[in-house]
Ligand binder design. Sequence first.
Ligand SMILES: [Zn+2]
Length: 93
Amino acid sequence: MKIKGTCTRCGREFLVEQVVQNGGRCPWDGQPFEADYAAVLVDSLRDAGSAGSTLENALEKTADMQPEFTLDLESVIGVLKQHIQRLERRTGR
Ligand SMILES: [Zn+2]
């Protein structure tokens, strides 16, 4: 899953995988996004990307089978949305 973000310092967009490859630094300004917990941040971003891809593939496979049910969208994205919105509140945007 290609998760995108925006640096609150330089305002430029990045892909989460670029931050993982860059050791937790902004690919544009080179500054760490989290000075004290860079390794934890990198692990979390890597997990989010790969878990997102796993979820995406599983749901695609499920939808391809056209089973006799629907899924509740909010039960899948609701909690994810909450965590992402926490980041937006923190940066005041
Ligand atoms: Zn930046």
